[in-house]
Design a protein around this ligand. Sequence first.
Ligand code: ATP
Ligand code: MG
Length: 555
Amino acid sequence: MPELELPKDDFVRDIIRDDLSKGSHQAVITRFPPEPNGYLHIGHAKSICLNFGVAKEFGGHCHLRFDDTNPAKEEQEFIDSIKEDVSWLGFDWGENLFHASDYFEQLYSWAESLINKGLAYVCDLSAEEMREYRGTLTEPGRDSPYRNRSVEENLSLFREMRAGGFPEGSKTLRAKIDMASGNMNLRDPALYRIKHAAHPRTGSTWKIYPTYDYAHGQSDAIEGITHSLCTLEFADHRPLYDWLIEHLTVPARPRQYEFARLNLTHTVLSKRVLMRLVSEGHVTGWDDPRMPTIRGMRRRGVPPEALKDFIGRLAISKSDSTIEMQMLDHSIREHLNEHAERRMAVLKPLKLTIRNWPKGQTEMLEVPNHPGRPELGTRKIPFSGSLWIEADDFMEDPPRKFFRLGPGREVRLRFAYLVTCEDFIKNETGEVTEIICTYDPATAGGNAPDGRKVKGIIHWVSAVHAIEAEVLLTSQLFKSENPSAGGDPIEDIDANSLEVVKEVKLEPELASALAGYPVQFERLGYFNRDPAQSQLAFIRTIGLRDSWAKTQTKG
Ligand code: ATP
Ligand code: MG
């Protein structure tokens, strides 16, 4: 028996618990059914965590099923990326990898059985005419003029559709339900469309493809899915889901349940918009660190555990809401604060020279990798008389409360010595280019033996030993909290959301940093080695300041 996690509490788990205790099902079987027409985003992660999560908690299985019914938009690249992303999140479908296309033959023969029962017909209305005939929410639709074709005519036309005898868009197979239904989904919905595009798995075998509504429930039935969990917008499709299951001789009776999708501020979770961001070049790709895709977040250095922690805090409910991005940031920071090793790096370098440092000498300082976790060990960093510090840590004419460097002021160099600023040098344009300091040799480790107070601590990198890299600093891709509020979210893109900082100075240890193991650059934030670049480069995963935690404790 695999180890079971204690089930969480929400309406989905209540239903499952109830079904299991009544014996309606022996085991829970769920599925995650992505359409391979894009990369997964954080909204999908909610569905993945729910489907794989409940299966695991109740000792069942979760299937990964590709809903590959639209060859015009689907690609192998997306199939591969989806598998990789689900695995990266830490979920395992084991042997349960399926494709709706595995069932094309079965789905086809069930469609013929609907025709035989007089419950489906071939319709020649164009897409536009179909919309017209469909009516509106307040007006009933009208029967298609092709609705009363005989079973024989329907069968022969449908077979001809399959054989490729008709051009795309010229005919559909429709369920014969009720054009006056209050539910638009029951107004003779399309079950099959003609498409001549090649399919990534079935090639050119098929000229007709089932619609989502027709394929989904029947695939659930074939796989013995017990709880088919989808987002709220499918609630109105449930009567059709049930109608099809009822009128077909399917091997099982799955049921659909709907939960609220994840919406997040400052981003867009629509594959259509994400696709546009990529194809129109507003971002550098699906893995752009500003994208809400699993790929983008992974490249940025977001740990899968932090993502799952965030999702675990979300309610699985029946009403839509929008979650603040800061809540996700909070989970990321909390995880990284505990797990990320500390390093020193200088983003905006200014030279600091120690006048009284023994010429040419290097001292290796042994420093902890994490201030609170000695088990993460130590490393050695070189200290010398020529350092880089942050330009912002010096002011020519600082106010009293500025506890960093200024003329005559003393500061602690992290892990090293106290230094006092004696002088500074400017170039012709008046820019400070170098700080001249003296160090107090009695303050090794940063402690003054006479107990004098030095408030400021700044970080540094030895200039002689520093290595250089490029750093990507990103901020929210969209300016507004709700990028779609004004219409087209593309208009809301912040053109300054990606900044490339060149020649950042790093402590030598960072040469061996690994992508996927973000580190904290002391005082600057968390950074991940960029897996997409062959030369050394880092991406800021997230800054240090947590505004969300503060607002939560205030209220
Ligand atoms: P589309 O159907 O427009 O291509 P989609 O986002 O629904 O986009 P699918 O590949 O069909 O993409 O989604 C796979 C599963 O992920 C579905 O069960 C869907 O309900 C779920 N899902 C998609 N977006 C979200 C979201 N924002 N929150 C929770 N679940 C989601
Ligand atoms: Mg969908």
